[in-house]
Design a protein around this ligand. Structure first.
Ligand SMILES: NC(=O)c1ccc[n+]([C@@H]2O[C@H](COP(=O)([O-])OP(=O)(O)OC[C@H]3O[C@@H](n4cnc5c(N)ncnc54)[C@H](OP(=O)(O)O)[C@@H]3O)[C@@H](O)[C@H]2O)c1
Length: 248
């Protein structure tokens, strides 16, 4: 378990997308951590956690009022130290699958994926960044993906997912600049969790070698190590599970 000692003791956390594979593993790992005082587990679908440190709240990224209300509730006992947006969308049933070629491009599909992967996290930032502690290091992170790197795009395909994550990375960079003006110790980053065995990745991991397919608890542990290590000079960047910076 990483130390989280770059934060003050009694760390307060909010996880958005707590019903997901990686989100639920983040909630459980943080709730077991001795330096963590409380975890606000926020998601659209209801979910339960056994630790008394965890408080559940309903948050739908498509409903800004629910984001505003959850931000108020999550910070009612005091400002937050860590906020992680672990929600995201790659496919939804048979009708919405990542595009293999431009023939499959569809405006409605593009809009749905952008709404969840880009607009959702930036609206979370709008309401949660002002709720962060001001006098010590804080981290606002959103789960991005290596395929959102423009420089790293060698295979093509997956238009909506790639472009929504590239947009997310730009939104995070822009937020980092504005937020640092009043919160100089803040860190705003994107995180790539590696390939993780979850519902999101399940149709696409048949050929992933076992050692490159992380379980959600393993991925959560790696991501929290990155959250602990980053400094304010890293703000605006995107980092992989092993701490390596990913090019834009
Ligand atoms: N798994 C991987 O290999 C992998 C690789 C690279 C990046 N990532 C990124 O990691 C993040 C987490 O993915 P995961 O693998 O844990 O996926 P997952 O198990 O499918 O979880 C996705 C989460 O997103 C939430 N979500 C979707 N639409 C939402 C909305 N409108 N409002 C609120 N929540 C919404 C889901 O909530 P509901 O339960 O309510 O649907 C769920 O909590 C995503 O951003 C993904 O792009 C994953």
């Amino acid at each position: 378990m990483n130390t989280l000692d770059s934060f003050p003791s009694q760390v307060r956390v909010a996880i958005i997308g707590a019903s997901g594979g990686i989100g639920s593993a983040l909630v459980e790992t943080l709730a077991r951590h001795p330096r963590v005082a409380s975890v606000h587990a926020l998601s659209r679908s209801p979910c339960t956690f056994s630790s008394p440190k965890v408080a559940y709240g309903q948050l739908d990224l498509a409903d800004e009022d629910s984001i505003r209300q959850c931000a108020g509730l999550a910070s009612s006992e005091g400002p937050l130290d860590i906020v992680i947006v672990a929600s995201g969308m790659l496919w939804a049933g048979e009708s919405l699958r990542p595009e293999k070629s431009m023939k499959e491009l569809d405006a409605e599909h593009l809009g749905r994926v952008f709404a969840v992967n880009a607009a959702g996290p930036v609206l979370v930032a709008k309401h949660f960044l002002p709720r962060l502690r001001k006098d010590s290091k804080t981290v606002f992170a959103a789960l991005s993906a290596r395929v959102g790197s423009i420089g790293d795009n060698r295979l093509g395909g997956w238009y909506a997912y790639r472009a929504s994550k590239a947009a997310l990375n730009m939104l995070l960079k822009t937020l980092s600049i504005e937020h640092a003006r009043l919160w100089p110790q803040s860190v705003v980053i994107g995180l790539h969790p590696g390939t993780v065995k979850t519902g999101l990745s399940s149709p696409y991991t048949k050929h992933t070698p076992g050692e490159k397919l992380f379980t959600p608890p393993i991925a959560a542990g790696y991501l929290l190590e990155v959250v602990d290590k980053v400094r304010n000079s890293d703000s605006g960047g995107v980092f992989a599970w092993d701490g390596q910076r990913i090019e834009s």
